[in-house]
Design a binder for this molecule. Sequence first.
Ligand SMILES: Nc1nc2c(ncn2[C@@H]2O[C@H](COP(=O)(O)OP(=O)(O)OP(=O)(O)O)[C@@H](O)[C@H]2O)c(=O)[nH]1
Ligand SMILES: [Mg+2]
Length: 307
Amino acid sequence: MFEKLKEKLGLGKKEEPAPTGSERGTSINVVASSKDFDDLVGNLKISLIEADVALPVADRISSVLLKKLEEKTIRLKGDRSAVLKEAVGSTIREIATVQPLDLVEMASKKSPFVIMFVGMNGTGKTTSIAKLAELFKSKGFYVVIAAADTFRAGAIEQIALHGERIGVRVVKHQAGGDPAAVTFDAVKHASRVDKSVVLIDTAGRMQNNKNLLEEMKKIKRISNPDLIILTLDALSGTDVLNQAKLFDEAVGIGGYIITKIDADAKGGSIISLLAETKKPILFVGTGQTYSDIIPFSLDWYLGRLLG
Ligand SMILES: Nc1nc2c(ncn2[C@@H]2O[C@H](COP(=O)(O)OP(=O)(O)OP(=O)(O)O)[C@@H](O)[C@H]2O)c(=O)[nH]1
Ligand SMILES: [Mg+2]
């Protein structure tokens, strides 16, 4: 995970000897001159872009980092790699810190707590719903899944099978039926039980994007969700930003789940998304089984990247 970005940033390497001109007990320069700083940060910017960090975000990181490194030569003792690591970490923190959201805590304050999942086809909506259904069930919630992807052949059977395996109720109508009606029934059913959660599985593809977004708006109108989560495939790279914008404009996104990070050697889309949209990443998907989901935190991410 993120090996490529880590390698490109040169942060996984063994410590290099301190540059010349350093003396024991005095501040050690990271690099010798401001020209060296420019080169170092310039190379790092290219690495960030190659690792899927969007250009404006890479620009912002570079300029903040340059300022930090210049300050650090004066103040910090230490070797090049440690200084660089610290500076990269604090720069990303500065740019990508977002107010977190505790989903389980939110859900425990209102019943039924209704979460609608949206996202392009194949990004991992259905799988993430199954993972969260198991998580919520393990926390003592009554979980109802609304099989509101009535468009794709096999979608209803897919989510019904997950429901059966996990042991949660799936409310479904026929294929081709009205998805908003399915969600209406699911919310009604969940309303009879205390501490319940409704997870709405929606379609990722319709005849075209316009129809897809119109359908999302209709489901939202009928189900009145407490939260709309967008699933994004980490392997989509910088396109995650386009998808985030598209869905946010249509229905308003409260947070993200980034899937397939187990297969993502780059990792830069996470920084881009946080820096550009300032919305929280709630979980990351790390595989295909139900337990392959972990709550996201910037500390976790930086630990992976810089640790
Ligand atoms: N490796 C890995 N695979 C994942 C992860 N999340 C989902 N997948 C896989 O990605 C594929 C698509 O997942 P789905 O959950 O069906 O995606 P979807 O968004 O519901 O797709 P549509 O219903 O077509 O819109 C499946 O093969 C999943 O097993 C993850 O975190 N890691
Ligand atoms: Mg699906």
